[in-house]
Design a protein around this ligand. Sequence first.
Ligand code: ZN
Length: 322
Amino acid sequence: MAMKKLSLFDCHCHLQDPRIRHVYPQLIQTALDSGVLRFGVNGVSEGLQKDWEVVKQMSEEYPNSVIPCFGLHPWYVGEKTPNWFNTLRGYFDSTPSAAVGEIGLDKGSHGKEIDFAQQVLVFQQQLQLAKDLHRPASIHCVRAFADLLQIMQYVILSYHYYYPFQWPFPAGVILHSYLGSAEMVPGFAKLGAYFSFSGFLMSMKPQKAKKMLKSIPTERILLESDSPDALPRSNLDALLWVPGDQSVPQELQRQGDTPNVNIPDHQPHVVREALNHPANIHNVLSYVASMLEMSIEELAEISYRNTMGLFSYPGSKIDLGD
Ligand SMILES: [Zn+2]
């Protein structure tokens, strides 16, 4: 894999995910070696396989590179206990460096099976919490951008009554794996949104992606791997695999040792299900840079600076004075 030594900040990933949890030290080491210096590791569920607890432990184990984020993802709202919000608050009390995420709204193929009114209640409560704690929030939004905008405005209005001069979301909100239109960008940007891109961007029509990317204020652009999901649709020889991933053919897993193995140019559908290694964020970087007609060095620097600023709230591991 042709990787340049650039500093990157993976603002959204799930290294605690049960599918890759057993190999996360290896994934982090490989990514660190490639220049990915920090990871926003997002919790998703109150109970599922000790999700939040593992994020907290990982943050303690990697005091410089893992930024813990706690949140209840819309896919898991049905599994919450009556005490979920207190438990979540407890994680913020005991982990002052934490940000909020992953939270959100989903009306897509999976999300539409989950009661939307309940999604809204859970999301709104957590967005409010992010505002109270002055922390950024990582937001998942699938086919629910009108609802999202409305809820963000509502949360702001309820604040403006008490704090009329406060900027909408001073700590910022991250629209993660953003796949919305260019037209929606200014409305969200006005409310304090940042726009983060993952390998999912490669599924969007290039013309549409280009128009949308160019509409985003430069200081609001972020990059993420969303590992273990969002495998970039790059050539196979440009990708790194998660060790032991059963969905990746053996000959590809061994690619490092046997460079002459016959690799097809296009990613066959058999590999589409493969787990995404966090170091594959380099492929996202080059794709977004090409769309923006920018050098990868320039985009790496801009996105790194943006993410460092966003994650430098009081209590954070990021100290811009360093
Ligand atoms: Zn995610």
